[in-house]
Design a protein around this ligand. Structure first.
Ligand code: S3P
Length: 167
């Protein structure tokens, strides 16, 4: 493996955590979710942070988590869907390993996150929120070294594609 880490980026519901855990198991690497790091560092859940401290506070905690995690090696890192919005985070990701964008149709994302109440940015009209976020963020995911559309693929097939590229 030529890379220090594999960094997964992409919208909520594209499969970063599921694919990340499968990749980590196959490589014998650690799986790290930056949202979980933020929750551990702050002692609050993501919904609590958005409701109590606001999105700007969350984004700052996210910047710190991304920088700290990517100083380490031998990890598959799942990042929050909005982490790519900051140039500083994109740079840390590119320097920290192979950056893989997981893409997915809005329709499949909506199916996957419908019963999930842990995503503050999807509160309200789910269809409208997902389509708007997908549109606004499409460009922000294009700096990835590799992109995989997860809409119709199973987890191990996605992992195969990423590992083939990484070797
Ligand atoms: C967010 C995605 C979430 C989490 C937070 C904000 C976003 O992570 O970081 O709710 O801005 O897209 P997942 O992509 O892991 O759901």
């Amino acid at each position: 493996m030529n890379y220090r880490n594999i960094v997964l980026i992409g919208m909520m519901g594209t499969g970063k955590s599921t694919v990340g855990q499968a990749l980590a198991a196959r490589l014998g690497w650690r799986f790290v979710d930056t949202d979980a790091v933020i929750e551990r560092n702050t002692g609050k859940t993501i919904p609590e942070l958005f409701a109590g401290e606001g999105e700007a506070f969350f984004r700052e905690a996210e910047r710190e988590a991304v920088a700290a995690v990517l100083k380490e090696s031998g990890q598959v890192v799942a990042t929050g869907g909005g982490a790519v919005l900051r140039e500083e985070n994109r740079r840390a990701m590119s320097e920290g390993g192979l950056v893989v964008a997981l893409l997915c149709s809005p329709e499949r994302i909506i199916e996957r996150v419908r019963t999930d109440s842990n995503r503050p940015l999807l509160q309200g009209n789910l269809e409208e929120r997902v389509h708007t976020l997908a549109e606004n963020r499409r460009e922000a995911y294009t700096f990835a070294d590799l992109a995989v559309d997860t809409s119709e693929l199973d987890v191990q097939t996605i992992a195969d594609q990423i590992l083939r590229h990484a070797k």
